[in-house]
Design a protein around this ligand. Structure first.
Ligand code: SR1
Ligand code: MG
Length: 406
């Protein structure tokens, strides 16, 4: 019998006993220091350090209520999903995800590698730090984790079994609501709108019926196109960086969906980094952010085609012309994924600090409008996006449009 045989939400004081019970890495009786360092909207994250040796481990536990809102309750099974996908991704993208030492479906917690020598990418970007390896690393991660879990590569019955084990209905419902519904109608009254932009958003989002039609199509594609095993929440708060290393973590929204959703999230979050850099007048950082966004698209395409040729197993997927057609649909989905992320982080309940910390009112209003104008182009004209330059040209056009409207 152990006090960890039944679920409860741990406090810092519970964690040393928990870690000693689950892992054998600390010396018996040694002093362990625990700090809760969670920064996301959902979970509790404890860093445990053995004072004498400096050895450390992370314990991540899913609470029954979300940190962002006590009224929102989401299955704690998300911790199993996160642990299992990280174990799988470690196989496909070694070195690019944290190691999982153990996970526990009773306490809904996992014990994982401590990456405290890295920084959360969003915060580093908000200091306008640049990461030359990022486009290479994130595209290797995306091609390897996404393409290898499609029916193009994976044996079809094995893939269907994986689809089943990564059914993630409650976390998907959050996405269906926050990304594909509420930004367009505020149906649950949870949107957060900068008051000076309310009239603009009423016209551009709430009142635009042709936009609603495209979002409806995208919503049902997100829900029904089990193309690949997605990270599901691939923003810069789900990425740790240091100059020579990138680690992608926090895939609790994982499920089988359209891969452009992940790729588009990365691109949109580089645009948020631009917003912050531009408000601070850091032109060279802004150029890096856009150049990197373009490289993410172009490197993804290049590596995708190489990996496709090496790994394709399905006979029909080897048909001449199919790989290029399939990739083109992924890039259109990427444009849509970038657009929906730009919109939901501007009006939805979960926003991004890159934009919300812009203290100059006029600059923040401008940044939000640029994001919305670019987003609509990305969504409405998604099939016209093919190259990295197409994406950054859209963003630059949005800047010009908003500045000319002033
Ligand atoms: C209620 S959860 C809000 C957001 O936080 C997560 O990180 C996801 O991005 C989700 O949409
Ligand atoms: Mg998260």
């Amino acid at each position: 019998m152990s006090r960890f045989d039944n679920y409860f939400l741990m406090k810092e004081a519970d964690v040393p006993d928990y870690v000693r019970e689950k892992l054998d890495i600390f010396a018996p009786g040694s002093k362990l220091t625990v700090k809760e360092i969670g920064d996301g909207n959902l979970n509790y994250v404890f860093r445990v350090v053995e004072d004498a040796s400096g050895k450390s481990v992370i314990v991540k536990q899913a609470g029954e209520q979300l940190r962002i809102s006590a009224e929102m309750r989401v299955s704690t099974d998300r911790n199993r999903i996160e642990s299992e996908i990280l174990i799988l991704q470690h196989k496909y993208a070694p070195g690019l995800v944290p190691g999982i030492y153990r996970y526990d479906t009773v306490m809904c917690a996992c014990l994982m590698e401590d990456l405290s020598d890295h920084r959360l990418m969003r915060y580093a970007l908000m200091e306008h730090k640049t990461f030359p390896l990022f486009a290479e690393d994130i595209t290797t991660y995306m091609v390897n984790t996404l393409l290898n879990t499609t029916d193009v590569v994976m044996e079809h019955k094995e893939k269907k079994a994986l689809v089943k084990s990564f059914i993630n209905p409650e976390l998907c419902e959050i996405t269906e609501d926050l990304i594909y519904t509420e930004p367009y109608n505020d149906v649950k009254g949870r949107n957060i709108v900068t008051p000076e932009n309310l009239d603009f958003l009423k016209i551009e989002l709430y009142g635009d019926k042709s936009l609603h039609l495209e979002i409806a199509k995208l919503k049902f594609d997100f829900m029904n196109n089990a193309q690949a095993l997605l990270h599901g929440d691939l923003h810069t708060g789900s990425i740790f960086v240091k100059p020579d290393s990138t680690k992608i973590f926090d895939p609790e929204f994982a499920f089988f969906g359209p891969m452009g959703y992940d790729i588009g999230n990365v691109v949109a979050n580089l645009f948020f980094a631009w917003d912050n850099g531009d408000a601070a007048g850091d032109a060279s950082f802004c150029e890096w952010a856009l150049k990197t966004a373009a490289e993410v698209i172009d490197l993804f395409k290049k590596k995708f085609l190489v990996c496709y040729a090496e790994r394709v197993t399905d006979v029909m997927a080897k048909t001449e012309g199919f790989a290029a057609w399939y990739l083109d649909t992924i890039i259109a989905d990427t444009a849509a994924g970038a657009g929906t992320e730009l919109i939901r982080r501007t009006v939805g309940m979960a926003q991004v600090k890159d934009v919300t910390t812009i203290s100059d009112r006029a600059k923040r209003i401008r940044a939000e409008r640029i994001n919305i104008v670019c987003a609509k182009d990305l969504i409405m004209n998604r099939r016209a996006f093919h190259t990295g330059d197409d994406f950054t040209a859209s963003f630059r056009r949005a800047v010009k449009t908003v500045d000319e409207l002033k």
